[in-house]
Design a binder for this molecule. Structure first.
Ligand SMILES: [Zn+2]
Length: 209
C-alpha cells in the first residue's frame, strides 16, 4: 500500500530544510506550474528564472550581479562561466557557498538566462518582493520559495535523486565536481526531458515565454 502511494504520488524526500516527508500530486504540480507559466512581463521572467533555475533568492541576486567570463575551460576566475548547449539550455557554474548552503551550478533555458541577465536591474527589493506578492495574489498557497521546491520536484521525476541533489547544492563537493566534469551533458538532457513532461520546449521559448 505504501509503495503504491509512493509510486503514484512520487513521494519527495528531504525537500524541506526540516527533513519532512511530504507528497506532491502530479496534477497539483501541473496546475500550479501552468498558473506560473502564464505570468507575463518582467515579473513573469523573474518567476520563470526562479522556477527553471531552482536557485535560492540570494543566489539569484548573486548570479545577476556577476559578469560572465569568456574562458570556457579550466578558468578559475571569480566571474560566472556559462556553457551553452545545443538543446536550448545553459549550464551556469556558480560555485557560491555560504555556511551549509551551497550552489555548484544550475541549468537554465538559455533564452530565459539571457533575458534575466539583460534586466535593467534586479535585487531582492523590489524585484523578488514584487514577484512574491504577485504570486500570492494569484494563489494564496504559492510564494517565491515555492519555485525552488517545485523545481526540485520536477527534477526528481526524471533525474536520479542524487543528480537532483547535486543541482540543488545538497551534495558533497567531490560528488558535485564529478558531475561538473563528466555528467553535464546527460544532466542537461535529463533536465530538458523533465520539463518536457510539463509541456515546456526550450528551443521554442521566446523572451518571455
Ligand atoms: Zn573565468
Amino acid at each position: 500500500m505504501i509503495t503504491k502511494i509512493i509510486r503514484r504520488h512520487s513521494l519527495s524526500v528531504g525537500n524541506t530544510d526540516h527533513g519532512k516527508l511530504y507528497i506532491v500530486d502530479d496534477n497539483y504540480l501541473e496546475n500550479k506550474l501552468k498558473l506560473l507559466f502564464e505570468m507575463n512581463g518582467d515579473i513573469g521572467l523573474i518567476v520563470k528564472f526562479g522556477l527553471f533555475s531552482g536557485l535560492r533568492e540570494d543566489e539569484m541576486v548573486y548570479t545577476y550581479n556577476k559578469s560572465l567570463c569568456n574562458n570556457l575551460s579550466g578558468c578559475v576566475c571569480e566571474k560566472l562561466h556559462v556553457l551553452e548547449k545545443s538543446n536550448g539550455t545553459s549550464i551556469v557554474l556558480i560555485q557560491w557557498h555560504r555556511g551549509h548552503k551551497k550552489c555548484y551550478f544550475t541549468i537554465v533555458p538559455t533564452k530565459i538566462f539571457k533575458s534575466f541577465k539583460e534586466l535593467p536591474s534586479f535585487a531582492y527589493n523590489p524585484h523578488i518582493r514584487s514577484a512574491h506578492s504577485y504570486i500570492k495574489t494569484k494563489d494564496q498557497i504559492l510564494n517565491f520559495m515555492w519555485l525552488r521546491k517545485a523545481h526540485y520536484n520536477v527534477m526528481c521525476r526524471t533525474m536520479k535523486p542524487f543528480e537532483a541533489n547535486v543541482l540543488a547544492g545538497r551534495a558533497k563537493t567531490v560528488d558535485a565536481k564529478h558531475y561538473a566534469m563528466y555528467e553535464l551533458d546527460s544532466m542537461s538532457n535529463n533536465y530538458v526531458e523533465a520539463w518536457s513532461k510539463y509541456g515546456v520546449n526550450f528551443k521554442s521559448l521566446s523572451k518571455y515565454d
